[in-house]
Ligand binder design. Structure first.
Ligand SMILES: NC(=O)c1ccc[n+]([C@@H]2O[C@H](COP(=O)([O-])OP(=O)(O)OC[C@H]3O[C@@H](n4cnc5c(N)ncnc54)[C@H](OP(=O)(O)O)[C@@H]3O)[C@@H](O)[C@H]2O)c1
Length: 314
């Protein structure tokens, strides 16, 4: 038995409760992992809020989709992308459905070795945002010499988009609240505040023009500014603005009509984990909570200003 966090109704964080569940014995191609860290992502709250549908058949709803931990049992043919998985292995798991739990049984195809130098908190929170970040850069074709606007550059996704774009040799104009500007400048980006006059501030920061824009925020301001400043709509990418799907820019992820980028995302661990391990890619952990503090953790993420990853530590 283990403790899992479930949503028992659609609504706010108050619908979450900790419940005891049976951990399934791993079948063929599956492994069981004792969770040491699991990340809270905004999608978790969106799923049980009712925003993405409110079918009562989906309740009680398990939450979370990435983790890091230690393998406690393996089924037959438990083969991960990096090779066979064995009891005692320290691993990163993504996807990891139901990862808000003490122990999970998952498909071995999402289980890869955790680099020893990477903390549990970072290992359990880098993959969802990191795979998304890699996908945005591929979709926007960001490379050497490009000037790119990253909306929400202090966020979980945006901070990785920023660092990875810089590593590709791009100039990054990074929107964020003032309190994050020193960190963004430290990465090598040009930070600016969002809000009224954004397009003018971007023009001033990028006098030769903007080649691509990556929106991790979804406001009309972010989308309108991107469409105004980037000539090629194929190089304007959003992971949030699904309501504006008809406007010719690229939508990525699981939303209607969006490009899921399945192969790019499932291979992203190959570059992300070495980069965090060697320190060239930084994941800011803003806060950790015990598993039973999931409602508080989700409330914090829901502010939109957590300032980094929020991690549950069972
Ligand atoms: N489609 C996909 O595949 C996919 C994948 C992952 C995430 N997402 C979505 O992407 C979004 C971001 O996720 P995340 O994990 O990066 O969230 P996060 O860590 O909470 O980051 C939120 C970011 O938004 C900024 N922000 C908040 N209010 C803003 C405003 N009014 N104008 C401009 N910027 C504002 C914050 O900046 P400051 O704190 O500096 O103010 C911060 O940089 C979420 O909606 C999430 O569901 C989509």
């Amino acid at each position: 038995m283990t403790i899992a966090i479930v949503a028992t109704a659609f609504g706010g964080p108050e619908v979450l409760s900790a419940t005891e569940i049976e951990v399934p014995v791993p079948g063929p191609g599956e492994v069981t992992v004792r969770v040491r860290a699991t990340s809270v992502n905004p999608i978790d709250q969106k799923r049980f809020s009712g925003l993405m549908g409110a079918d009562p058949a989906a309740l009680p709803m398990r939450l979370g989709n990435e983790a890091a931990g230690v393998v406690t049992a393996v089924g037959p043919d438990a083969q991960g992308p990096a090779g066979p998985v064995a009891v005692g292995d320290e691993v990163v798991v993504y996807p990891a459905p139901g990862s808000y739990a003490g122990e999970i049984t998952v498909a071995a195809t999402g289980v890869v070795p955790k680099p020893p130098q990477v903390s549990w908190e970072v290992a359990g929170s880098v993959m969802a945002v990191g795979a998304t970040a890699v996908h945005t850069l591929e979709a926007a074709r960001v490379g050497e010499g490009d000037t790119v606007v990253v909306h929400g550059a202090s966020g979980g996704v945006g901070s990785l988009v920023t660092q990875l774009a810089l590593a590709r040799g791009a100039t990054v104009i990074a929107t964020a609240s003032k309190r994050h500007h020193d960190t963004l400048r430290g990465y090598g980006a040009v930070p600016i505040v969002y809000g009224d006059g954004l397009a003018d501030r971007i023009r001033a920061a990028a006098p030769s023009g903007v080649d691509a824009a990556i929106d991790t925020v979804g406001t009309d301001e972010a989308v309108d500014t991107s469409l105004e400043l980037v000539a090629d709509r194929g190089r304007v990418v959003s992971i949030v603005a699904f309501g504006r799907a008809s406007e010719g820019f690229r939508l990525l992820g699981g939303g209607p009509g969006a490009d899921p980028g399945t192969e790019i995302r499932s291979n992203a661990w190959r570059t992300l984990l070495p980069a965090v391990s060697e320190g060239s890619l930084r994941v800011v952990v803003a806060a950790t909570f015990p598993l039973t503090g999931a409602a508080d953790a989700i409330t914090f993420v829901g502010t939109g200003h957590a300032g980094g990853k929020v991690v549950l530590v069972p």
